[in-house]
Write a protein that binds this ligand. Structure first.
Ligand SMILES: O=P(O)(O)OC[C@H]1O[C@](O)(CO)[C@@H](O)[C@@H]1O
Length: 251
């Protein structure tokens, strides 16, 4: 795991967008794994600037999202389908056939998980996966305790995750109880992973990731076993990380 420390959220977003754009420049038919939530929003804004300036061509990429709420129509204002349409697919003018999300409104969710895994495999797998970090260490919606060998599956969301995401809904009761998420092994099968972490809210999780053991009780710790993970983190998230640990991951 390699750490790139940056000053703040904006610097993180610029750096992450540059890395995604560089990947697409060197491999125009890249398969990108994308995340939702607050973390990658700035990165998507920066990618739009890069696109508008004609500095990258996204017309041949394929995308796969990490997760989607279960039981939510695709056109619900808080669905990840809607988020992606507004923040990525329309701004980068991606065509429907280029983009993929799990269908949380599918009648048979187990079948949907199998379909999604198959689709990822058919494209040859993910070249670069963007990830945010949950306060409890979740990646995608893989909550603590999820097997490191899990594939795309249906999850019961923890109360803490529902509370963290309640800010996007009118009330916590409206936050779905379940989601469909890529599994941990689906994520770690990606050839490269870019984990973005900013803000004080994430400092305990980042500290545990950098200093703690690899353990299924903290899903993100699996990233330490992967050979190509870059963590971009800002000063606030790195507040409690010792100089020695910083040197270890940046050196
Ligand atoms: O970026 P946020 O909103 O802090 O959330 C952290 C992670 O949790 C999720 O919301 C759950 O999948 C991810 O989309 C995100 O990367």
């Amino acid at each position: 795991m390699k750490l790139i420390p940056v000053t703040d959220r904006e610097a993180l977003s610029i750096r992450a967008a540059e890395m995604v754009a560089e990947k697409v420049q060197e491999q125009p038919d890249s398969v990108l794994g994308l995340a939702t939530g607050g973390t990658p929003e700035g990165t998507y804004q920066q990618l739009k600037k890069i696109y508008d300036h004609g500095e990258a061509d996204f017309s041949r990429i394929t995308t796969f999202n990490l997760d989607e709420y279960a039981g939510m129509p695709k056109d619900h204002p808080q669905s990840y389908h809607t988020y992606m349409q507004h923040k990525v697919f329309q701004p980068l003018q991606l065509k429907p056939e280029q983009v993929h999300l799990p269908d949380g409104s599918a009648a048979d969710l187990e079948q949907e998980c199998t379909r999604y895994e198959k689709r990822i495999a058919e494209t040859g797998g993910i070249d670069m996966q963007l990830l945010g970090l949950g306060e409890n260490g979740h990646i995608g919606f893989n909550e603590p305790g999820t097997s490191f060998s899990s594939r795309t599956h249906v999850v019961q969301l923890k109360p803490s995750t529902r509370e963290a995401n309640a800010r996007y809904f009118d009330s916590i009761e409206e936050v779905p109880q379940q989601a469909v998420t890529m599994g941990i092994e689906t994520i770690t099968d990606s050839r490269a992973i870019l984990l973005l972490v900013f803000g004080r809210r994430k400092k305990e999780a980042l500290l545990r990731l950098l200093e703690g053991e690899v353990d299924e009780g903290f899903p993100a710790s699996v990233l330490k076993k992967h050979s190509n993970v870059t963590v971009i983190a800002d000063e606030e998230a790195l507040t409690d990380v010792s100089a020695e640990v910083m040197r270890h991951f940046t050196g």
